[in-house]
Design a protein around this ligand. Sequence first.
Ligand SMILES: Cc1ncc(COP(=O)(O)O)c(C=O)c1O
Length: 542
Amino acid sequence: MTQTQKKPINPFSQTHNQNQNPKTESSSSSRNGMKLIVPLQSVVQGRNGFLLGSLIPCALFYFFQLYLKRRRSNSNSNNNPSSPSSSSSPTLVLPRSSSRSNLSSRGSISRVRLSKLASILSKPDDSLYYIGLDRVLQDPYDVFVNPNGIIQLGLSDNKLCLDLIEKWLVKNLEGSVMGNNDMNLSINGIAPYQAFDGLNELKIALADFMHQVMGGSVEFDPSNMVLTSGATPAIEILSFCLADQGNAFLVPTPFYPGFDRDVRWRPGIDLIPVHCRSTDNFNLNITALEQAFSQARKRGVKVRGILISNPSNPVGNILTPEMLFSLLDFAEDKNIHIIADEVFAGSTYGSEEFVSIAEVLDSEYIDKSRVHIIYGLSKDLAIAGFRVGVIYSHNKTVLDAAKKMSRFATISAPTQRIVTSMLSDKRFIQEYIDTNRHRIRRVHDEFVDCLTKLGIKCAKSSAGMFCWADMSGLIKPYSEKGELELWEKFMSVAKINITPGSACHCIEPGWFRICFTTISFEEIPLVIERIRKVVKTCKSSS
Ligand SMILES: Cc1ncc(COP(=O)(O)O)c(C=O)c1O
């Protein structure tokens, strides 16, 4: 609750301050009346005794008061014929300054205006992705406190290695913020303003981490970085830099539901879905891109870029180097940008090897100024709460503009100090990367295996914290409506939150994203049991 809400402001308080207090005014007029009456009383008392001497002054005083009241209400109604105070409550004698009178001359107090954006955003969510997240918050599963609560499988949070992060923090937190024997930090490096686009030390450490996590095959230049508080503002800032309101980006489907908000809300850029199919394991193809581009052009929409998540969220597949080259050709041909969101680059577990678009740029002469990478530590280092993201670009104009915009999305200096220290601990980072990959693979393999035994197949994937499960056999009718009903069953019967394909703009009904890194290996049987319940009810009703 805000201060204003706690202590409501009296709408008339200004009037009180600026003008004479009405009580004071009325009492002063009474005093004036009395000044006139008291001498009169003494005159009358002298001639006709006590009765007349009391009655006449009282009557005179009464009429004088009546006269003053009339005069006041006349002048009010002349100035402000429809004032609520004069018409509906005649006893309310709060005088108004002329500006107040003019304001209220419309007859009633209008509701204060808000922006169109605020009006839209204040409405309830219409995406099941966000509705699901809200419902978990209302009834979250907890093995001890709320064992019948909803299990969160709709958020790509990685909890598999929090023990490692915790251990490191317990040992190093104080030293990383305040300095230790190796580092000579002072309060001056923490409390005052720091560069909005991030500390150089963190840029250097992040460039190293990206190099390491992407297999050591590509170098990142810290001077091409703008740091932001998470990948989310990085996407938004880039959108502001690359396109104008009403322009569009092509986005292969299914795609991460957050893109809708990051790109559409404030930058006002439209997203044009480029549909990928299950028959192709939801891989991107250039023909579909060409079609979407030319259709947009026919509608008069200016396409300014392609937005990809590689590895893909929600499918978990990886673009091949050949596809990356084709994308670069396409972007050059159409003179548009490529935004490559690579936040899952280090969370690989499968047979496919991840290749960053930065590596492809290094290998050939290509116009680098149209390629921009989004990265962050929410996924690969599982510190989403720390809010660390980065825009990596070779385009100096984009970097200069993004640096200025980063004032709205700065990472706090203590956070930057902790993360710099963590990333610089090479032994810890290598152990983390290896353990994380091992644990993701273990949970993924077990989870997918259990789903397969229930008759639910998943798309082939090599990265990410989720599987992309085909439950089209469980929906009836075969439509978005059927998908929604199945989602509701998972919520209310199984008490698990998963993300329906429609929230990811998937064109084929019945696909669901299930995040498995929010639970431990030991909790898999519990989740599978809950899913089994839904499968059983679907099969028995068909
Ligand atoms: C593809 C993708 N990009 C960006 C984000 C947002 O990351 P952050 O939490 O760092 O803002 C997510 C989060 O799920 C994501 O999946």
